[in-house]
Ligand binder design. Structure first.
Ligand code: MN3
Length: 243
């Protein structure tokens, strides 16, 4: 993580504010909370969301995901969702809520679809950055490895299910490893839809919107998915999310 002096100061202030506010934070996912406490929650003025920093350098996922892709995906797409969300909730009661509260409150409300979409995309992208790491991928270790074997039959069976979910999500969306009623499942969601509004806990995600891979893989989505599994998955994050 590359912190500028300005963002470091902001983070320090945010951490202090968080410590004081304590229960203000309602991030369901423990690891997600630990990795994003400085940036995902409302800032010191308690009204505005900020773009979380990437958990690694912008070129750290090369050659699998280029610095160019991350620059646009994080700096432009993710930032746009943050900016849109702030504009949409400005001066409303929603501005006082946590990101997850906003997502849950607006889910399924067609009059608030714009707010839901932008809030969920802020959450999804932060979760996606953390679902990858440099020198990641390959077979999992620890309790997630045992749980995958138990619930899918084998790691290869999980990989096939995840590849199929990613490749068959028509148009824009996400592939997920989730925990539902104590069992791991692979799911896919369209657009901004996400597990927390389906009584599921997110364990890992992969963005299959074209902007996630088109600069590096063009139309070869299956190659991007295979690379994600073989070279990028952050199993430490998955283990932490499993709780
Ligand atoms: Mn995206």
């Amino acid at each position: 993580m590359q912190l500028t002096r300005r963002s470091f100061c902001k983070s320090t202030i945010a951490v202090a504010a968080l410590t004081l506010m304590g229960a203000r934070m309602a991030v369901t996912n423990r690891a997600y909370a630990e990795t994003n406490t400085t940036s995902i929650v409302n800032k010191e003025n308690n009204m505005t969301f900020t773009l979380p920093e990437l958990p690694y350098a912008g070129d750290a996922l090369e050659p699998y995901i280029s610095a160019n892709t991350l620059s646009f995906h994080h700096g432009k797409h993710h930032q746009a969702y943050v900016t849109n969300l702030n504009n949409l909730i400005k001066d409303s009661d929603l501005a006082k809520l946590s990101l997850e509260e906003i997502i849950k409150k607006t889910a399924g409300d067609s009059a608030k679809a714009g707010i839901f979409n932008n809030a969920a995309q802020v959450w999804n992208h932060t979760f996606y950055w953390n679902s990858m790491k440099p020198s990641g991928g390959g077979a999992p270790k620890g309790k997630i490895a045992d749980k995958i074997t138990k619930d899918f039959g084998s790691f290869d069976a999980f990989k096939e299910a995840f590849k199929t979910a990613g490749a068959t999500q028509f148009g824009s969306g996400w592939a997920w490893l989730v925990l539902e009623n104590g069992t791991l499942k692979v799911t896919k969601t369209p657009n901004a839809d996400l597990p927390m509004v389906h009584n599921q806990t997110a364990i890992l995600t992969m963005d299959v919107w074209e902007h996630a891979y088109y600069l590096d893989y063009q139309n070869r989505r299956p190659d991007y998915i295979t690379t994600f599994l073989d070279k990028l998955v952050n199993w430490d994050f998955a283990n932490a999310n499993l709780g």
